[in-house]
Design a protein around this ligand. Structure first.
Ligand SMILES: [Zn+2]
Ligand SMILES: [Zn+2]
Length: 134
């Protein structure tokens, strides 16, 4: 009986300790949950990117948390942005500033007739196979 009384005396402290433990488990649990999500649920989005430095165009699968600039697959620099194409002059360019989505202009003809690039254009060396006709 005396022991029970002691326990009730200590209760506020053990309660706080328990709360702390639960909080810690919760915090680390959230960290683990995020980590697991990053490992098990990657690459939901596919974007066509263009490197601002070397103009390399490539496809990139990424999660919603990954934002541009991405690392260029060719030169390794973090200078790859969403690739846009001008429907007026056909110029492909990286959209460097995602903050100014309202007006994206073509850097070549300065018209706003642009849309995101939907596929990686074939390499110039591949289009040379047209000479294969007789
Ligand atoms: Zn590059
Ligand atoms: Zn243009």
């Amino acid at each position: 009986m005396a022991q029970e009384k002691e326990e009730t005396k200590l209760n506020p402290y053990t309660g706080m300790a328990l709360l702390l433990i639960i909080l810690m488990i919760g915090v680390s649990g959230y960290g683990i949950y995020r980590l697991v999500r990053m490992i098990w649920e990657p690459a939901k989005y596919t974007d066509i990117l263009m490197c601002y430095k070397c103009e390399h165009i490539f496809e990139k699968k990424h999660t919603a948390e990954e934002k541009s600039p991405f690392v260029c697959k060719k030169c390794g620099q973090r200078q790859a942005y969403m690739a846009f194409v001008c429907t007026n002059c056909g110029r492909i360019f990286p959209h460097v500033d995602p903050g100014s989505d309202e007006r994206i202009e073509c850097p070549n003809c300065f018209r706003p007739n642009v849309r995101p690039l939907l596929y990686v254009p074939p390499e110039e060396t591949e289009t040379e196979t047209i000479s294969e006709h007789e």
